[in-house]
Ligand binder design. Structure first.
Ligand SMILES: C[S@@+](CC[C@H](N)C(=O)[O-])C[C@H]1O[C@@H](n2cnc3c(N)ncnc32)[C@H](O)[C@@H]1O
Length: 258
């Protein structure tokens, strides 16, 4: 399902993703990367061998936390195409076959694939805890699927450095017609389509591998508190019927200083 869905992302959603992703820097964690659609929007530079790859002066290390091994081979391929030096966390994913596929000509920035989630504070993989605290944590279209967005967001915040930044783009329940974060309204009937989202979510969850189309993820980011800045926008793009069901919120939240 995500092979089809991610094609839509490339053509219709990435215009929003690319407005914030180039800011991501330092020691980075990505939750639920899937096939790694985000990597091409990180800061890139021409490296010493003349290739155009992720900029090692901006991105120092990259850890991904992905529960679904079906994603790993494309994830690895995309990471290597962006100049990362991929390795698998042996503790959470002791699969010799995949360990042996890692690139023989490593890139400059380490990229660790860890199997797991942030669904439970007591079950965060050791490889993630060892790499924390992070300068930047990002997620795209994963808060719709996590067991509890509040718990995942609290775990994200705990893994960030003070002053570190959480970047997100998520599909959300239609924001209220007067919601000040809406910058692209396009006359969509938010009340009607919000109800449609509520009606279809029980079935959508089953066919969409746990995806909820009626979560207010932007609002949830703001509501958990503990941030010194929360800055996000919402759009109801007129693209197709699917976008009535998947308006977007995207932006960032900066963790408060100690
Ligand atoms: C809709 S895809 C988005 C993939 C990618 N972030 C993108 O923007 O193309 C959702 C991703 O979240 C992952 N996922 C599912 N349940 C999760 C959970 N509980 N915690 C973290 N990620 C999860 C899925 O395996 C999948 O890779």
């Amino acid at each position: 399902m995500w092979i089809v869905e991610s094609t839509r992302n490339d053509t219709k959603v990435d215009i929003y993703r690319k407005t914030i992703w180039p800011e991501i820097s330092g020691n980075v964690l990505e939750l639920g990367p899937g096939f790694a659609a985000s990597l091409k929007f990180l800061a890139h530079a021409t490296t010493s061998d003349g290739s155009f790859h992720v900029d090692p002066n901006v991105i120092k290390s990259y850890t991904v936390l992905e529960p679904n091994p079906f994603m790993y081979s494309r994830l690895q391929g995309n990471a290597e195409a962006n100049g990362f030096n991929v390795n698998y966390d042996r503790l959470s994913y002791p699969d010799e076959k995949m360990q042996n596929t890692v690139s023989p000509s490593p890139g400059m920035v380490p990229f660790k694939i860890v199997r797991g989630t942030l669904d439970d504070a007591d079950d965060i993989p050791k490889a993630v805890l060892a790499q924390a605290p992070f300068d930047s944590i990002l997620t795209s279209f994963s808060l719709c699927t996590v067991r509890s967005p509040e718990t995942a967001l609290k775990n994200i915040q705990a893994l960030l450095k003070p002053g570190g930044t959480f970047y997100f783009i998520e599909h959300v329940r239609q924001p209220d017609p007067r919601d000040p974060t809406v910058v692209e309204d396009n006359g969509v009937d938010a009340v009607f389509w919000g109800k449609v989202q509520d009606w279809i979510t029980p079935v959508w969850r089953i066919i969409g591998h746990g995806c909820h189309v009626n979560r207010r993820s932007g609002l949830t980011v703001a509501k958990i508190g503990g941030w010194k800045v929360v800055d996000y926008k919402s759009v109801r793009p007129v693209i197709d019927l699917q976008s009535r069901i998947m308006p977007l919120s995207f932006g960032k939240a900066v963790k408060a200083d100690d």
